[in-house]
Design a protein around this ligand. Structure first.
Ligand code: SAM
Length: 284
């Protein structure tokens, strides 16, 4: 199978500096305290491992594994797991978690758009709110397919554009410089039509599920304060906008969104945040 490399792939030549963009991603997920944020979505990681059918005898790759939310339950289920991520700090946390749990996970620093594995290396390939952050969606999708064995399965989750996190990303993005048109918003991986386009012509049989994960905290303000402290994209947006005197406007918009989405009526915070699960079965 052909390997698409860097920025000369079909239809995805980019005017942005892809390498610089990825350095920015690494800085973003190093900022704050992502492993603490990841605890909010641990149940999604468990679901992805289950939906992938992690089991003894299967080779599994978790792309953009972060602190190991999918890799860990998959390894506990007996799969032989490799976790790949751009951000070394998060791989260190995944390493410590796997040691504490007494399971072995191969952890590799690398890029979802250029996976350092031979064609058809894995029975299962997963990515939980991860591959959505690679800038060239088509390149990343082809890499997922390339490393999956015939008869294998790919499971990807992404926040939907209309869900709580998807709307929050868009709110933050509206304060940032307009990206070039070829840089697709990560939440497009949460749109079925977009994902169908990414897998078109590959022979993969796709199915989709819309699910939610519950976020619950003591108050709307408290949840926002946690995001400001722990969530990389919020930490970076604040750092960029504060010096321009624009952060208070973004904060006001975020607070309004959190209040709009809040389903609790007792002063606490409770949101069901929607995400899309894509399951791609690769023909045998
Ligand atoms: C929201 S976190 C999700 C982490 C983990 N999958 C989870 O469920 O907690 C996004 C992750 O994507 C990683 N990432 C972003 N762009 C990447 C790329 N091009 N290749 C590999 N990892 C990437 C980040 O380092 C970060 O760990």
């Amino acid at each position: 199978m052909q390997r698409w490399a860097n920025d000369d792939c079909k239809g995805e030549r980019m005017s942005i500096d892809v390498t610089g963009f990825k350095e920015g991603q690494k800085a973003m997920w190093t900022a704050g305290d992502y492993p603490e944020v990841a605890r909010r979505i641990e149940t999604v990681g468990e679901y992805v491992a289950e939906r992938a059918g992690a089991a003894p005898g299967l080779d599994m790759l978790d792309v953009a594994t972060g602190s190991g939310n999918v890799a860990l339950p998959a390894a506990l289920d007996g799969a032989k797991v490799t976790g790949l991520d751009l951000t070394p700090k998060l791989l260190d946390v995944a390493r410590a978690r796997s040691r504490d749990a007494g399971v072995e996970i191969e952890l590799v620093e690398g890029d979802a758009e250029d996976l350092p594995f031979a064609d058809a290396s894995f029975d299962r390939v997963t990515s939980c709110f991860g591959v959505m952050f690679a800038p060239r969606h088509g390149v990343a999708a082809r890499e997922l397919i390339r490393v999956t064995r015939p008869g294998g399965r790919i499971v990807v989750t992404a926040w939907t554009p209309d869900g709580f996190v998807g709307r929050n990303f868009q709110s933050v993005a509206s304060y940032m410089p307009t990206p070039p048109p070829e840089l697709k918003p990560p939440v497009m991986w949460g749109s079925e039509d977009h994902v169908r386009g990414l897998f078109e012509g590959t022979g993969a049989e796709l199915s989709f599920e819309r699910r939610t994960v519950t976020f619950a905290g003591e108050s709307v303000e408290g949840w926002l304060a946690e995001d400001e402290r722990m969530l990389g994209p919020a930490v970076m947006a604040r750092a960029a906008l504060e010096s321009q005197g624009r952060y208070e406007d973004l904060r006001r918009d975020m607070l309004a969104l959190y209040e709009d989405c809040n389903e609790a009526d007792d002063g606490s915070f409770r949101v069901e945040s929607e995400y899309l699960v894509t399951v791609a079965e690769i023909p045998a």
